[in-house]
Design a protein around this ligand. Sequence first.
Ligand code: HH2
Length: 275
Amino acid sequence: MPFQLPVHRVCVMGVLNVTPDSFSDGGQFTDPEKALQHARNMVAAGADIIDVGGESTRPGAEPVDASEEIRRVIKVVTTLAFGGIAVSIDTSKPDVAKACLEAGAVAVNDVTALRDDDMASVCARAECKVCLMHMQGEPRTMQAAPTYMDVVLEVGDELVAAAERAIARGVKKDDIWIDPGIGFGKSIAHNLQLINNLGEIAETGYPVLVGVSRKSFIGKLLGPGEDPLPTEERLEGSIAAQVIAQVRGAKIIRTHDVEATVRSARIASAILSHR
Ligand code: HH2
């Protein structure tokens, strides 16, 4: 069954990292049974789709090869998909995407916006949803000195160009989501500008996905002092950022904290529906 976004509310994407080193939940779900239980809990709390990741993208993370990434994710993807849960695979590697789509995943979430040429044909063949995320540089070095003349304009233009490249390679326009890539080659000010001006990116017509959950700009803004607030204390900050993103037109919210996200999104929607 092709995955469809809900019509009258935002779509909530629950994050499931089966990695040893993800920035906020690394090592918690490397045991497939624990991962499956966590995914089921997120669905029970209202997640529409589960984003399974087998390689951390945090700055400085060790890259893994495709066979190790497949080994990490495949049992979880297969079991969830077989159980009727919509699964997205968070990968930049065509072999990983292909294995997971064959196992029943309905979406590919690529933080490199299909930089690898083979990704587009894998996605086109599967007719899955494809999330194209913006990143300046690559994870190892992206936070060194992110530079833009006009971050909102440049990110929007580059995402539209990535979407057009994907369409030229056979991906259907209706299957594309775009994502400004909060924290991926962005300073704190860039992140804040992107969230506050998300409407300009939403105007492109592609559904916009936003991932702010527990990200470092929230920790740094909340301090105390020079020390960032730890990841497990970033819920309120994440919700504030998500609600602004929703008000500005985000259609999909990627989150580690599904229940709080679903509840806050419902209240935001209720308010927004009373002009
Ligand atoms: N953020 C992360 C990973 N994948 N995909 C999209 N589309 N948008 C995002 O903002 C995004 C993403 C980073 O978060 P997480 O998966 O929790 O961490 P890690 O990359 O360390 O596994």
